[in-house]
Unconditional design. Structure first.
Length: 364
């Protein structure tokens, strides 16, 4: 789609192509995030998703550098030839990746599997199957994710202009500061993944959100390179928030896990609202004051880990303590639904055989 759009220099074509790409990426994330979170021992769900998204953060650092210094180097504003070949190469790579996944034997995670896993953890978590309308932790998570992503994108979209206004530097120098901030974001994700191996994810989320609130407030009040440094630290602590809210919000949903995941992915639409509001305020009051808009979004998101630590600690810690998915003394997998199904099937066959024998004895 990008190829003909570049040939005909169609802005509408580019917008339509971006919409199609965005639809594909949202579908992918809706499927991939819960798949990563559920494929493996439940106690390490947050770690797995955090680690996988750490590589996405590396890509967000490398992509602009490759685009500016390799793909689109030595081009003029009217030259779209490299755009065509770049997107064609990306399309070919994604197509090959789709072929690989099509022929790969990936396990299917069903609603029944998720319900069974939640029931097996019920002794530790207090799980009770509830209708979707009563999944309050999920509802709050969707609202928190909406506001957090909006605030995150609001900061990222205005970081360069903020740095120019605050430190009085050129756009190129401000772009370099933003690249440093993106690097801190990637480092923060790997660091958070490491923390989650040793401490509870709800604590990590609370600490990181608290640090965001502190440094965004300092970025509003401090000018010069100090303000830029404070905003860069906001990017560092933003690193783990999205995947951690995602996994904690779908904890204990059981048969509703897939639908709940789609709701959380849909909540990233907050990224379309907050940057516009931030920019509007920046036009009238400057970029320092405009960071009050992301501050409001971060405050709503900050309330979520507070809620989790006060009211959902037992449930979340129960999943953290479960040994489902690990190998037992006999070499089997603890909580293996397929193994249990075979066991039940054999037991039923044994019961039926016993009944048949009794009936034959009675007839004799």
């Amino acid at each position: 789609m990008f190829w003909p759009s570049a040939v005909y220099r169609s802005f509408g074509g580019f917008c339509g192509s971006l919409f199609i790409v965005g639809s594909g990426l949202s579908t992918l994330e809706t499927s991939a995030n819960p798949f990563i979170a559920t494929c493996g021992p439940p106690r390490l769900s947050e770690f797995r998703l955090e680690l996988s998204q750490s590589f996405q953060a590396v890509g967000s650092v490398m992509a602009p550098l490759l685009a500016s210094r390799v793909f689109f180097d030595h081009t003029t504003p009217n030259d779209l030839s490299k755009v065509q070949w770049t997107y064609l190469g990306l399309a070919a790579f994604v197509f090959l990746l789709a072929v690989v996944f099509y022929f790969s034997k990936l396990p299917e995670v069903t609603d029944a599997d998720m319900a069974l896993q939640a029931e097996e953890c019920a002794g530790l978590t207090g799980y009770v199957d509830k209708p979707m309308r009563k999944q309050y932790k999920l509802m709050f998570g969707v609202a928190a994710q909406f506001c957090y992503v909006g605030a995150q994108v609001g900061v990222a979209a205005n970081f360069i202009r903020y740095a120019q206004e605050s430190a009085g530097i050129s756009e190129a120098a401000a772009s370099d500061r933003y690249a440093i901030g993106q690097g801190l974001f990637a480092i923060g994700r790997f660091a958070a993944a490491g923390f989650m191996m040793f401490t509870k994810p709800r604590w990590v989320l609370l600490v990181f959100m608290t640090m965001i609130m502190v440094f965004i407030a300092l970025a509003i009040g401090i000018k010069g390179e100090g303000g830029v440094a404070m905003l860069s630290l906001v990017l560092f602590f933003e690193s783990c928030i999205f995947p951690t809210i995602f996994t904690l919000a779908i904890r204990g949903l059981g048969r509703h896990t897939k639908r709940g995941s789609s709701w959380i992915v849909a909540s990233v639409s907050g990224g379309a609202l907050f940057p516009a509001l931030t920019g509007q305020l920046a036009d009238h009051k400057g970029y320092h004051v405009s960071m009050c808009v992301p501050l409001i979004g971060f405050f709503v998101a900050f309330a979520y880990p507070v809620y989790l630590n006060l009211f959902c600690a037992k449930e979340l810690d129960g999943f953290r303590e479960t040994k489902i998915g690990y190998t037992d003394a006999t070499g089997g997998i603890i909580g293996d639904g397929e193994k249990r199904a075979h066991t039940v099937e054999h037991e039923e066959e044994g019961v039926n055989s016993a009944k048949g024998s009794d009936e034959r004895v009675e007839k004799m």
